[in-house]
Write a protein that binds this ligand. Structure first.
Ligand SMILES: [Zn+2]
Length: 146
């Protein structure tokens, strides 16, 4: 039976084979998450789950440090939806609310938001501070690393 970690709390959930590909409900925290190994939509991560997300993501991981009150962050959100879909087979996009997860925000040194941090093999390889000018600029930056 495939085991898929919840992107919000890190709990490993057993998924019956016939339900892989559907949306699962985390047995511990109630987060809904896709059971396809690589989600095609941005996932939500937290202080509690971040370390395991970085350690277990088998492809590059893009972390969006954002907050609900941040105007430029709202401009970035649809761009992230787009690249999560477009690069679904080779990138995972995760959103980190810096107000609710200050420990991880501090660890990442996200002093201004939005900050997009790209991890590869568990290590930061690049970051973008501030909103990309256009979806194409984000795509181009990502393509250099994927
Ligand atoms: Zn959970």
């Amino acid at each position: 039976m495939p085991v898929v970690p919840c992107p919000a709390c890190g709990t490993k959930n057993r998924i019956p084979a016939e339900r892989v590909g559907q949306v699962a409900l985390c047995g511990r925290c109630g987060e809904r998450f896709p059971t396809h190994p690589l989600p095609a939509r941005p996932v939500t991560t937290t202080d509690g789950a971040f370390a395991s997300l970085v350690a277990t993501t088998p492809v590059p991981l893009l972390v969006d440090c954002w907050a609900p009150w941040c105007g430029p962050c709202r401009m970035v959100a649809p761009m992230l939806e787009e690249v999560a879909r477009e690069f679904a087979d080779r990138l995972v996009v995760a959103k980190l609310n810096v107000d609710e997860n200050p420990a991880t925000a501090a660890r990442l040194g996200a002093k201004s938001i939005p900050t997009l941090v790209l991890f590869k093999d568990g290590r930061e390889v690049d970051r973008l501070v501030g909103a990309p000018r256009a979806p194409a600029a984000l795509r181009e930056w990502l393509a250099r690393h994927l």
